[in-house]
Design a protein around this ligand. Structure first.
Ligand SMILES: Cc1ncc(C[n+]2csc(CCOP(=O)(O)OP(=O)(O)O)c2C)c(N)n1
Ligand code: SF4
Ligand SMILES: [Mg+2]
Length: 323
């Protein structure tokens, strides 16, 4: 029977602030999972610590609300142990690009087939609005006593430099675009990163919903807002790196993505910046060494024999450790 949206909801009270972009992200993630129609027991969802991390409690699939900056290792470990699961990980911009940034870089190199969505609100929402690694230099949100003294990380550029094979950005309040982007990320065979622009009305009074919608700069004739966010798809932008392309052609695609990633302010592109279909995934690489990896993955191996004794010969392991 097809999955319904109601199957993916939980009874847990959603205690995000009114107007928080996290509501849009939650709705989009549920839409994406419903439309992908993957059985719930085949989905594992992980989140870090921060306001974003609560999303784990509001979607009716298994997984874990993990530690600050450490959602990726949980998610990657789960996918490695059970490659037949569809693994999604939700992180914050502080969580994933501050304390957890090392995991981000190495996940790119590994190209493990999973989706990593980063709620990018420019602040550490849960701990009362300190500047996150994506807040621009000299910006002063209402939660900061002085302007931001640090420059910001550009997550699209960092993902490109780390070898991530699917890099997209979307917007929390364009739930149709975000659901479609998450679906593309899940269907991509490799590590897929989706940066989600997420207004935090409580602490970030600069990059607000009204700002993204351009309500502060109306068309002089029509008096209509001129939205800052626009879709790469509408420009005929082609992000694909395909089999058979030369290294020069791949670098041209990377440069194109980097150029788009620099756009910020009056024009903010969303959509798929870069998708490399030609690089092998981690599972492909392991299969060369362990041909039974997908059919006899670690998660399906017995860890205890009758009576609960460990199946592994621990004495041999301990002997190996002796010095
Ligand atoms: C090891 C560790 N250091 C610091 C904290 C405190 N802490 C909790 S959430 C958070 C920042 C959250 O910001 P972000 O990841 O951007 O998530 P948001 O709340 O904005 O969704 C910090 C520093 C912690 N829980 N654990
Ligand atoms: S503090 Fe910001 S990110 Fe956290 S729930 Fe409130 S509005 Fe959302
Ligand atoms: Mg944040």
């Amino acid at each position: 029977m097809a999955l319904k949206l109601s199957d993916l909801r939980t009874e847990v009270h959603q205690d995000w602030c009114p107007g928080c972009g996290d509501f849009g992200i939650l709705a989009s993630a549920q839409m994406a999972l419903k439309e992908l129609d993957i059985p719930q027991e085949r989905v594992a969802l992980f989140s870090g610590i921060g306001c974003h991390g609560k999303i784990h409690h509001f979607i009716n699939v298994s997984g874990a609300h993990t530690l600050h900056g450490r959602a990726l290792p949980y998610a990657l470990g789960t996918k490695l142990a059970n490659p037949n699961l569809e693994v999604l990980c939700f992180g914050g911009d502080g969580d994933g690009l501050g304390i957890g940034v090392g995991h981000f870089v190495h996940a790119g190199r590994r190209n493990i087939d999973m989706t990593y969505a980063i709620h990018d609100n420019g602040v550490y929402g849960l701990t009362k609005g300190q500047a996150s690694p994506t807040l621009g230099l000299d910006l002063q949100t209402k939660s900061l006593p002085e302007p931001n003294i640090n420059n910001n990380v550009n997550p699209v550029a960092l993902a490109l430099a780390s070898g991530v094979t699917f890099i997209a950005r979307s917007y929390a309040f364009d739930t149709r675009h975000l659901a479609d982007t998450l679906k593309k990320a899940v269907l991509h065979k490799g590590f897929a990163v989706v940066i989600i622009l997420q207004p935090c009305p409580t602490y970030n009074d600069i990059e607000t919903r009204a700002w993204y919608s351009g309500e502060d700069r109306r068309n002089p004739e029509t008096k209509r807002p001129m939205p800052r966010v626009y879709k790469l798809e509408s420009e005929g932008y082609d992000p694909l790196v395909k089999d058979g392309m030369t290294e020069k052609e791949r670098f041209a695609k990377m440069s194109q993505a980097l150029e788009k990633a620099q756009e910020w302010g009056d024009e903010i592109p969303i959509g798929v910046f870069y998708q490399d279909l030609s690089t092998s995934s981690y599972a492909d690489r392991i299969l060369h060494r362990i041909p039974s990896y997908l059919t006899a993955s670690p998660a399906t191996q017995a860890i205890a024999v009758d009576g609960g004794r460990p199946a592994a010969d621990l004495a041999r392991i301990y002997d190996g450790l002796a010095v």
